[in-house]
Ligand binder design. Structure first.
Ligand code: MN
Length: 237
């Protein structure tokens, strides 16, 4: 099976909180390319930015607003080859759309585990409410046009900076994935969340990260389960 993975689009309900920054038409053409080449396209979380609403607790409203704003993308995402998994910024999709947070599949004898990554982020696990509040605050700051400050606040999402690789959230995601591979629970672990595209091969299997399609970037994984081929691809516009 041929599987493409994208994540972290951060589609927002209005331009002030929308971190996607692709023209809808151009992104549809990118999806056309993926649909021609892949049997499945996994949307591995943070597809929507729902926690930057004007007031905290408006995530459901923001989710439906973002889906309305990008109606043509969403029509695609609701179709056959797409498999949507919720992340931390669109966690409300679990309740609103019945989205899963984890998907396991087997193809050509390969056991693949897909999850956005926030479940392994030590900061979000320790301070779930603080993480959400910081993200909401960052949304407000960005709305006021203070983007550099917003980016500092986004640090509290727990993934943008890596003071030391071993104790960073990024490191924690890799460790969680490697533990799963070493325990022979999965052969391939696929995450997003860190915004860093990664292909890491170990004797026990592969850890892959799809990076981000936000802020005009195109980043995706190409998995060929029969050929055991794993690639990270990146384009900046
Ligand atoms: Mn995330």
């Amino acid at each position: 099976m041929k599987i493409a993975v994208i994540s972290d689009l951060h589609l927002g309900a209005c331009s002030a909180v929308d971190q996607f920054r692709h023209g809808e038409e151009a992104f549809l053409r990118f999806l056309d390319r993926l649909e021609r080449r892949f049997d499945r396209i996994v949307l591995n979380g943070d597809v929507y930015q729902t926690d930057h609403g004007r007031r905290p607790g408006s995530q459901a409203e923001e989710l439906h607003g973002a889906r309305e704003r990008y109606r043509r993308l969403v029509e695609r995402f609701d179709r056959g080859p797409y498999l949507y998994i919720a992340g931390n910024h669109d966690h409300v999709a679990v309740a609103e759309l019945g989205a899963p947070e984890v998907v396991d599949m087997e193809a050509d004898g390969l056991r693949l585990h897909f999850t956005h990554g926030h479940l392994h982020d030590p900061f979000l696990q320790r301070h779930p409410r603080y993480g959400q509040f910081a993200s909401w605050l960052a949304g407000w700051v960005e709305r006021m046009g203070l983007r550099p400050l917003a980016e500092v606040l986004e640090w509290f999402d727990g993934y943008k900076h890596t003071p030391s690789p071993s104790d960073s959230p990024r490191g924690a995601l890799v460790r969680a994935a490697l533990a799963r591979l070493d325990a022979r629970i999965s052969d391939v672990v696929v995450m997003g969340h860190t915004h860093r595209g990664t292909v890491l091969r170990t004797p026990a299997g592969h850890y892959l990260n799809s990076g981000t399609c936000s802020r005009s970037r195109l980043s995706w994984l190409e998995i060929d389960t029969a050929a055991r081929r794993f690639l990270h691809r990146f384009e900046e516009r």
